[in-house]
Design a protein around this ligand. Structure first.
Ligand code: DCP
Ligand code: MG
Length: 371
């Protein structure tokens, strides 16, 4: 794959958790906001609004230290269900442009827009549209980086934060990387950075003077990545995250089962396991499917779909009811499976909350002074 053939965008929301709090609580707008642990706790800062960053407050800093830096800051406990919901909305917007969306975290993703669903030829225009769509729909600002590869797109999105849009055109890459401090390269942390400084390396231009073998010798397997990064080369493809369509649990029995009582017990057990997995994944679904394989290997599935996401009890009871729609009992059963599809985020509170917010952003988006 040749770098100049690809158009990659990196999207990164600005002060993500803090911006959501400022959106939902107008009284916090324009003020230093710190999301994370309480100032009198041993907790850390998850993120800080740009107003709070002026005081030196940063992610991962102890909350007590943030308090000393800015006692007037508003300290807020994170509302993860809301952040997850907004994240899903954002990823949904990104997928309107391409299926090649690779989320890196709740607020960050790569897009490969070389071929995009809207046939927008210029990646800069597409990035501009994405930012506008995100703002229109969520009331939040994002920063975008446009470049021929992931590495450069990520660096670019950080350059003009907040609400930035930075393009590194293919013909500008060589000049751009020469001046780029190694501390700005994703994957080069504090330790590697000081090691490079000790070698007289401050920029990628300095790093270019080292041969591939020398870098591998000094930095092990990462040396290779540094060598190519120094030249602005990064062939890693954008790997789309496939959204899970269903979650299921099944069991093949050691001996075929004809007793309906025992089959019911098995369903209760399978539903219990399934509900555990759903809970762990933070998902719930509207459709329950019971899968039965009879002793002669013939298969059958029966489904039930509700209007709303099903509770754990409802999943179990629906699966039990579906057993009555099979020939189990008449025929011996060698495998049972229970699955849930039509998945959505489990946090109904979050969903409702975000729906209320949706009404609010319609107004918020029109307000010019929004965080
Ligand atoms: N986060 C966290 N702990 C960290 C870093 C981040 O809990 N050490 C959370 C809170 C952030 C979110 O992840 O809001 C996104 O992380 P970013 O690094 O993108 O930071 P922000 O979006 O907050 O700010 P920026 O505008 O610099 O991207
Ligand atoms: Mg961010």
């Amino acid at each position: 794959m040749h770098d100049h053939l690809r158009r990659i965008i990196h999207i990164d929301m600005d002060a993500f958790y803090a911006s959501i709090e400022q959106r939902d609580f107008p009284e916090y707008r324009g003020k230093p906001v710190v999301v994370g642990g309480a100032p009198d706790s041993r907790g850390v800062v998850a993120t800080a609004s740009y107003e709070a960053r002026k005081f030196g407050i940063k992610s991962a800093m102890p909350a007590s230290r943030a308090y000393r830096l800015c006692p007037d800051a508003i300290f807020i406990k994170p509302r993860f269900d809301v952040y997850r919901h907004v994240s899903r909305q954002i990823m949904g917007i990104l997928r309107e442009y391409t299926d090649l969306v690779e989320p890196l975290s709740l607020d960050e993703a790569y897009l490969d827009v070389t071929n995009n669903k809207k046939n927008i030829p210029l990646a800069r225009d597409l990035a501009h549209q994405v930012k506008a769509r995100i703002f229109q729909y969520t009331g939040l600002t994002a920063s975008a980086g446009v470049a021929p590869n992931k590495f450069l797109a990520k660096v670019a999105s950080d350059l003009e934060k907040p609400d930035g849009l930075t393009v590194i055109a293919p013909e500008k890459v060589a000049k751009f990387v020469k001046k780029l401090p190694v501390s700005k390269v994703p994957g080069i942390g504090r330790v590697t950075c000081s090691k490079m400084n000790a070698m007289g390396v401050r920029t990628l231009g300095d790093l270019q003077k080292f041969a591939l073998e020398e870098l591998v010798q000094s930095f092990g397997k990462h040396g290779r990545w540094y060598y190519y990064a120094a030249r602005g080369v990064d062939d890693r493809p954008v790997k789309p995250f496939r959204e899970r369509k269903s979650v299921s649990c099944e069991d093949t029995f050691e001996r075929d089962i004809s007793s309906l009582d025992i089959l019911r017990e098995k369903i209760i057990e399978l539903s219990g396991r399934l509900n555990g997995r759903l809970k762990k994944l933070g998902l719930s679904g509207r459709t329950v499917t019971l899968k039965v394989t009879y002793s002669d290997f013939e298969k059958c599935t029966r489904s039930y779909t509700a209007d709303a996401p099903l509770s754990a009890d409802k999943i179990r009871d629906s699966a039990l009811a579906l057993l009555g729609k099979t020939e189990a009992g008449w025929r011996a059963v060698r495998l049972l499976g229970v699955g849930v599809s039509g998945l959505a985020a489990a946090d109904m509170a979050g969903e409702l909350n975000a729906r209320q917010l949706a009404l609010e952003f319609a107004g918020a988006a029109r307000q010019p002074d929004m965080g």
